[in-house]
Write a protein that binds this ligand. Structure first.
Ligand code: MN
Length: 299
């Protein structure tokens, strides 16, 4: 055996050794199978070097380079994923782990416009109950996934929307008020308001009318549409109507009858099951990558 081939053999051993540490580090994330596949490829290559005497040096070099490049890119991408995930772990709220954010000012800070007593009840009692309701709904939905029992899913989805929207909207609400508030915005926000609503006065009138005319209970909400690149004013009845304001839709499935009835008649289940065959995960991923750049403070 040539000196060159024995040096490559030695190199393989070194790589296996060096990567043993990485393998241990990445095992939890990547799973055992792909890592063992790599080890096997290298072991097989080594064996071939030992047993096949007709191997040309140039072939060996090419194979070794390819193997090494592929291994390296595999580990690099795994590493990147691990660090992204650990970043996400630190910054994300665990399932059922929402907390009541503290009021960013004293309870009496908004007087005389909003009384201290209202602020205490509103923040400490009402907002807290949304946090607790959301945590319960999330845990129940997790339990449904773990036990594969979705009998009450409709109920818990409603609860998640009601309490989730309640929690997120109140979290925004406390922060968009301040004892040093009032007046008008300036700069690009004012320009966007002028562009979207004609003038600040027209915006203020429209927003006030929307708020006064919410049927029963709810909210008036100024939103930014990343698609129309304009501001809009919307109403929410209760908090939600099954959505959670403050979230970004990634994957949506239309189950109106017009989406399937001609073909599936009343068999919505069949339509839903078949629909998975046409999901464009690349687009969902693209939306996810853009949406995750938006980072509200976690609570
Ligand atoms: Mn409220």
């Amino acid at each position: 055996m040539s000196e060159y081939i024995s040096s490559i053999k030695k190199w393989c051993e070194e790589i296996l050794e060096t990567y043993q540490a990485s393998i241990t580090e990445l095992r939890e994330h990547a799973g055992i199978q792909p890592l063992d596949d790599w080890k096997e490829q290298f072991t097989r290559f080594q064996e071939e070097l030992s047993t096949n005497e007709s191997l040309q040096e140039s072939d060996v070099q090419e194979r070794a380079n390819e193997l090494f490049a592929a291994l390296q890119s595999f580990f690099n991408s795994e590493r990147e994923e691990v660090s992204l995930e650990s970043e996400d772990r630190v910054e994300s709220v665990p399932i059922g782990g929402h907390t009541l954010p503290p009021l960013p000012y004293r309870y009496d800070a908004l007087e005389p416009y909003i009384a201290e007593e209202i602020m205490r009840l509103h923040h400490d009692k009402h907002h807290r109950s949304y946090v607790e309701g959301l945590n319960k709904a999330e845990r129940e939905m997790q339990r449904a996934r773990q036990t594969n029992n979705f009998e009450l899913i409709k109920h818990w989805e409603r609860e998640a929307a009601f309490h989730g929207a309640g929690h997120y909207l109140h979290t925004i609400f406390w922060n968009i008020m301040s004892p040093r508030g009032g007046g008008q915005p300036t700069g690009s926000l004012l320009r966007a308001i002028n562009q979207s609503f004609g003038s600040f006065d027209q915006f203020k009138k429209h927003f006030s009318e929307a708020a006064k005319n919410v049927e029963a209970v709810g909210w008036a909400i100024l939103v930014w549409s990343p698609r129309s690149r304009r501001l809009e004013i919307l109403q929410a009845e209760k908090h939600q109507n099954l959505s959670q304001w403050d979230v970004v839709p990634l994957l949506v499935l239309d189950v109106w009858e017009h989406a399937y009835y001609l073909q599936y008649k009343n068999e919505r289940e069949k339509y839903v099951d078949n629909w998975w065959n046409v999901v464009n995960w690349r687009e969902v991923d693209r939306r996810f990558q853009q949406a995750r750049q938006l980072k509200w403070e976690p609570f």
